[in-house]
Ligand binder design. Structure first.
Ligand code: NI
Ligand code: MN
Length: 226
């Protein structure tokens, strides 16, 4: 399966012929300028972890252009519906079935308000039980004990975790999270975009290597085959 990084916490996964886009935020990301053409991003589904601007910046425009089904917390769905997006599926913590597989929406320790200040519901992360692979995207969160449930749900092929610190886990916390979720292949996101979350890439990778785990810090625009 293919993983494409669009910068910050925005990425696309293609599994079983289905294109799933996560946390669309490109045009507001200085680092993505000239590297990602937002109008060429394809999606069948758009999954949104929470309502913050750095996760929903391009949500409405991409949803309208692609017609992709938006899956997110009920309150985030209310916000996109109010802006004319009609292909929607509201969820809350628990699981649901889609044509790409079973999807768990799981808690994250963070906050969630929409860019206009409206309540964004609970922030969360996604566990995709896909046809080709199982993977977990934690969304914005600190390290939390709830992650220890994930190996009871699925054996992960890879996981996407924030490593920038300040608003989320840093690499020191993410390597413990990797232990909790029993996954040795981690793709780091939510780093470098703003001054508060700039990281030393070599140091972050070394923290993982020391425990026999792999931290992939993708380049913006890069596609990785997993
Ligand atoms: Ni956030
Ligand atoms: Mn964020």
């Amino acid at each position: 399966m293919k993983f494409t990084f669009y910068g910050h916490s925005c990425f696309g996964v293609e599994t079983g012929g289905v294109k799933i886009l996560f946390d669309p935020f490109v045009t507001g990301n200085e680092l993505a300028k000239g590297k990602v053409d937002v109008d060429s991003i394809e999606a069948d589904y758009i999954l949104v972890s929470h309502g913050h601007g750095d996760h929903v910046g391009d949500l409405v425009s991409i949803a309208k252009r692609t017609g992709a089904k938006v899956i997110a917390a009920y309150e985030v769905i209310n916000w996109v519906q109010a802006q004319g997006v009609t292909n929607i599926h509201p969820i809350n913590f628990g699981s649901a079935h889609f044509d790409f597989g079973k999807l768990h929406f799981l808690p994250a320790w963070h906050s969630s308000a929409m860019p206009g200040g409206e309540y964004g519901g609970n922030p969360g992360g996604f566990l995709v039980h896909g046809k080709e692979a199982n993977f977990y995207y934690s969304g914005d969160t600190c390290l939390m004990m709830d992650m220890q449930l994930i190996p009871h749900y699925a054996k992960l092929d890879f996981a996407i975790l924030p490593v920038g610190g300040n608003f989320t886990m840093d690499a020191d916390d993410a390597v413990i999270a990797a232990d909790f979720i029993k996954c040795g292949k981690i793709i780091g996101v939510h780093f470098d975009t703003f001054g508060y979350i700039k990281i030393d890439h070599n140091k972050a990778r070394e923290i993982f290597n020391k425990t026999g785990k792999e931290l992939i810090l993708p380049e913006i625009g890069e596609t990785i085959t997993l």
